[in-house]
Design a protein. Structure first.
Lengths: 356, 665
């Protein structure tokens, strides 16, 4: 191990090495000593082989994705999961995160493509959530401008980005990298930290692996990361952008991943009546339909979702504002998700009959 | 010739007839009953707007109504067997071209129909206009005449030129008149109240500020230069510092990220200079100690240290009557968490604070974003209405101060047990000037009946910044419009403090007003409710009392001032120290009472032929500084918290003052 690193270093003159670009050789193992993490640099974990910006996963670092993602100011994400050798997760229920083994780590990198002025990819942060002594812990790594390394930082930061969305629309954002207290605000239930994404309802989809496309849950079982105890049927969220799906189901999928972390049983704002988890929104009232708002945003907004009436719907107003004290979600976005607004307008307009 | 002219006139009149009710000038006179509007298409758009939801109407329909008696009138578009249409209407007095809002409504009826009830006077003509803000479809409306009803408090609406983030009423230019502040990221607007109750608007343009007050706003004279400065709480703190003559403001943004909630200006370290305190939603609270010259040093910790925050509504209040400001925090949090348990941080007088919520009976997990602190029973100590933002852990609670800084729940039977509406904004104020502090919250007043019961009355807005915007001695409210209190015959007195050793606004001072109805107290506070800034001028209703026996002021510096027999129905300006009565001066009578035991350690008993109950007891140390002020109950005073030493006990009652020394051990 040591000689390989030296071999890399010895080709350069002493005075040239200011910020060595880590290039992790193929034969390295992932480094994740629970007694020593979090490490100072992302490359210390050896999650990725070769050039770090390739995000080329090391052995047993398994890529994954969810069906409907969290909107993060149009940032893209790459997600990976790693578990210690010989351990695996088990099924709890369709709508709960899997029971993960000690030492599990999930790795989520945020980036933009077509970033100006060079029309390049820019990584902003890589977030970790890992299970140590039965408790989930957070770590965050902020990427340098040179895109050669990411450094541990849980104090939060802001990174200005200007890019061409879809290669054409000029957008810009002051991207908020969260402080640890912000991570915990969303990533918890009853004051216990926890991941949000890896639930069967969100994972039950195909993923394009190097070896070919396959259902993720089946892949995890095959990989040894998940015990083979899944039920025959899994209540699965829909892809919010799938126009062949029912409007309400698309909305339910969207609010589950974008809102339910704070608006569900046992969450940060559970003292409000909204219940946005996918498993809770089979009841339309939980979605806020014809529910009077608890906060006064002005007399025009009469219901959280005023059936058939966008202008009177608090939910629409809050999704369509950038006012930081009124926007929803409160954390995690500063821009308006225009495509989601389109879906919600279609949905609200389709609701019948009008609220009393 | 004549015939064709007549025909022409007839044709013109016919066509004019079809334009009737399409403008104010053509308003159709109507009487009580049901009327039909086939379409809202009249060219004249009803203005000004007397109902919610602002501009957007393009057409109107106009009517006039002149009652033949005094009535309480209801106009409603919710009519049985009629189409349910999203309507809006305005009711005016005055003349076309100079209409003044009198009433109006948008959505109070079912299905977004409109309903309003208001008193009308015989012979006065009211103009009623419907608009198509939401819909131009036809509908029926009903005008119903009833016996007149008296609303306990009436307000008139006045349009004001505000923009951006509103919710700040405070005297910005030191003329003892409350002004209105509104904020945008590159402009500060101040509507300065003039002596004639009109407003002059000044816009201060400036470069885009780092933070705008989208969570809360507070005000105070940070640099003691006589002009009020502003504290914006957004994603961090921004201070807007007025220059030496109030003609410009400079941004100071220290830069730390804060998930702000309520903010206050307060002298935390008692150096005579205001500091900035900001609640943190998800971490321990933060504050900036100010050096008096624009240097703000960030601190986190010591004033609410719950690791994941839950801090929503901070208010600085002297709950234990030792003349320093303590910090009460209304807290809120979902899930199984302790972060929603309210806290009281008692000021130890030495720059440190101790959290005592559990000990004093206020460690409650009610989900609250603000509380209304006031002496609701005028017994000389601060009580509190803890206002619920959600009822999941119980609805609003009325907590009575036992006189010794501990609290008991007296909600049952108080009327608060039936007022279970929720709001993030709860604010105290004597809105009818009867000498008993009321509460504004969730769109209603809870009027204090004087016996620790409260009665609901309609309020013009769900919440707002509170001050006297026309200097008539009655509290008005600024929400999106200005709601002026119509007042009544009750008397009042306002007190505007100017500090010397203490900060220039006297924030943190305790003011006691004694009149025939009893004693009333106020703490001068910057930032009450959840997000608003209300006037720093202390306001006291006096009911039917025609004089005030005395005013006692205890300043943060410890200085005391006593004003005897002040003028009422005016604003009294008190400069710190100018009414100071030394403990050896005073019109005091000695040897009028005994104190025992002497020395005392917990309770001090008063023996005298004079009945001192309900008298105000003020205790001074040997430097002449006031250390405690309380009302005497059962002939005794609790002095447990005093340091050991020699003190002077001064009792004032029924216009006289009596003194004796005692030793605390």
């Amino acid at each position: 191990m040591l000689t390989l690193i030296l071999a890399v270093g010895s080709c350069r003159k002493e005075e040239d090495i200011i910020d060595p670009v880590p290039v992790i050789p193929e034969s390295s193992d992932v480094r994740f000593d629970l007694n020593e993490v979090p490490y100072a640099k992302l490359s210390d974990y050896k999650f990725f082989l070769g050039e770090i910006t390739e995000l080329n996963p090391n052995e047993r670092v398994l890529p994954y994705d969810v069906i409907t993602p969290l909107f993060a100011d149009y940032a893209k994400k790459k997600k990976f999961i790693w578990m210690p050798e010989g351990s695996s997760a088990s099924y709890a229920s369709d709508s709960e995160i899997l029971n993960f083994p000690e030492g599990t780590v999930m790795i989520k990198s945020f980036f933009y493509d077509h970033v100006l002025p060079n029309d390049s990819r820019k990584y902003l942060e890589t977030r970790l959530i890992y299970l140590k002594n039965g408790e989930w812990k957070f770590a965050d790594y902020i990427w340098n401008e040179e895109q050669t390394e990411a450094y541990f930082n849980l104090d939060g930061a802001e990174v200005p980005v200007e890019w061409l969305e879809n290669g054409t629309d000029n957008k810009n954002v002051n991207f908020r990298i969260p402080a640890e207290s912000e991570c915990f605000t969303c990533h918890k239930s009853n004051d216990l930290a926890m991941p949000i994404g890896p639930k069967p309802q969100n994972l039950n989809r195909d993923f394009e692996y190097d070896e070919g496309s396959m259902n993720q849950l089946q892949k995890w079982i095959e990989y040894g990361y998940l015990e083979n105890t899944l039920p025959a049927n899994i209540i699965t969220v829909v892809d919010w952008q799938d126009a062949s799906q029912n409007l309400t189901d698309r909305v339910r999928a969207y609010v589950d991943i974008n809102c339910a972390h704070c608006h569900r049983q046992n969450s940060h704002c559970s003292y409000r009546d909204l219940r946005f988890a996918y498993s809770e929104t089979t009841d339309m009232h939980n979605l806020g339909v014809c529910m009077e708002p608890a906060e006064d945003l002005g007399a025009a907004l009469t219901y959280v979702v005023a059936a058939g009436n966008i202008e009177r719907s608090v939910m629409h107003y809050r999704m369509n504002t950038t006012n930081p004290a009124q926007r929803m979600p409160l954390l995690g976005r500063t821009m308006i998700h225009n495509e989601a607004i389109t879906l919600f307008e279609e949905w609200i307009n389709s609701l019948n009959p009008p609220c009393p | 010739m004549k015939k064709s002219i007549l025909l022409l006139i007839a044709i013109v009149m016919l066509s004019m007839g079809s334009y009737a009710q399409n403008s104010c000038a053509d308003a159709i006179p109507i009487t009580a009953g049901i009327h039909t509007i086939t379409q809202v298409d009249g060219m004249e758009i009803p203005l000004p707007i007397c109902a919610n939801n602002g501009n957007g109407a393009e057409y109107g329909e106009w009517y006039s109504y002149t009652p033949t008696e005094d009535y309480s009138v209801t106009i409603t578009t919710e009519v049985p067997n009629s189409p349910v249409v999203d309507t809006r209407f305005h009711v005016y007095i005055g003349v076309c071209g100079a209409l003044v809002c009198f009433s109006g409504d948008d959505d109070s009826g079912n299905g977004l129909t409109s309903t309003a009830t208001f008193n009308v006077a015989q012979g006065t003509t009211y103009i009623i206009a419907f608009d198509d803000r939401w819909s131009s479809a036809g509908f029926n409306f009903n005008l119903i005449e009833n016996i007149p009803i008296e609303n306990p408090i009436e307000f008139s609406t006045q349009a004001i030129d505000i923009m951006g983030i509103t919710g700040c009423v405070v005297d910005m230019n030191n003329d003892q008149l409350d002004d209105i502040v509104s904020v945008e990221s590159n402009m500060l607007r101040i509507n300065f109240q003039q002596a004639n109750a009109e407003f002059v608007t000044w816009d201060y343009d400036h470069p885009t500020v780092d933070e705008t007050p989208y969570w809360s706003i507070a005000a105070g004279d940070f640099d003691n230069n006589g002009f009020c400065d502003l504290l914006y709480a957004g994603g961090g703190a921004t201070i807007m510092m007025a220059n030496e003559d109030g003609t410009a403001y400079t941004e100071i943004s220290p830069g730390e990220w804060i998930f702000c909630q309520r903010s206050n200006t307060i002298d935390i370290n008692n150096d005579g200079i205001l500091d900035a305190f900001v609640c943190h939603d998800v971490e321990p609270n933060v504050y900036y100690l100010h050096d008096g010259e624009g240097g703000f040093t960030y601190y986190q910790g010591g004033l609410g240290d719950t690791s994941d925050g839950g801090n929503y509504g901070s208010v600085w209040v002297d709950y234990d009557n030792d003349c320093d400001m303590d910090l009460f925090i209304a807290k809120c949090r979902g899930g199984d968490s302790d972060a929603n348990i309210n806290q009281m941080h008692r000021n130890n007088g030495d720059g440190t604070f101790t959290e005592v919520g559990e000990t004093i009976g206020l460690a409650d997990n009610i989900q609250t974003w603000s509380s209304a602190w006031a002496d609701y029973d005028n017994d000389g100590d601060m009580d509190v209405l803890i206002g619920a933002s959600s009822n999941t852990n119980g609805s609003s609670k009325l907590m009575l101060n036992n006189g010794n800084g501990t609290f008991v729940d007296i909600t049952e039977g108080s009327g608060w047990d039936f007022y279970t509406s929720n709001s993030i904004e709860w604010a105290p104020g004597d809105f009818n000037n009867d000498g008993y502090v009321d509460v504004l919250g969730a769109g209603k007043f809870m009027l204090n009946n004087g016996d620790l019961t409260f009665s609901q009355a309609v309020a013009p807005a769900s919440s707002g910044a509170i001050g006297d915007l026309n200097n008539d001695g009655f509290l008005d409210i600024v929400a999106n419009q200005l709601y002026l209190n119509n007042g009544n015959d009750n008397n009042h007195i306002k007190i505007h403090l100017k500090g010397n050793d203490s900060n220039a606004d006297g924030i943190g001072a305790r003011i006691t007003v004694t009149s025939a109805l009893g004693t009333q107290i106020r703490d001068v506070r910057s930032g009450e409710g959840f997000s608003k800034m209300s006037s720093l001028t202390a306001h006291f209703g006096l009911g039917i009392d025609t004089e005030v026996q005395r005013i006692d002021i205890c300043w943060p510096s410890g200085m005391t001032d006593v004003i005897e027999n002040p003028e009422i129905n005016t604003t009294l300006v008190v400069v710190e120290g100018t009414f100071h009565v030394g403990i050896t001066e005073a019109n005091s009578v000695e040897n009028a009472f005994d104190v025992y035991p002497n020395p005392a350690s917990a309770e001090l008993y008063i023996g005298s032929s004079i009945d001192f109950n309900k008298g105000i007891a003020t205790i001074y140390d040997m430097e002449g500084r006031m250390v405690k002020q309380t009302q005497i109950e059962n002939g005794q005073i609790n002095i447990q918290e005093l340091n050991a030493g020699v003190y002077v006990l001064s009792i004032s009652i029924r216009g006289n003052t009596y003194q004796e020394k005692f030793l605390k051990n």
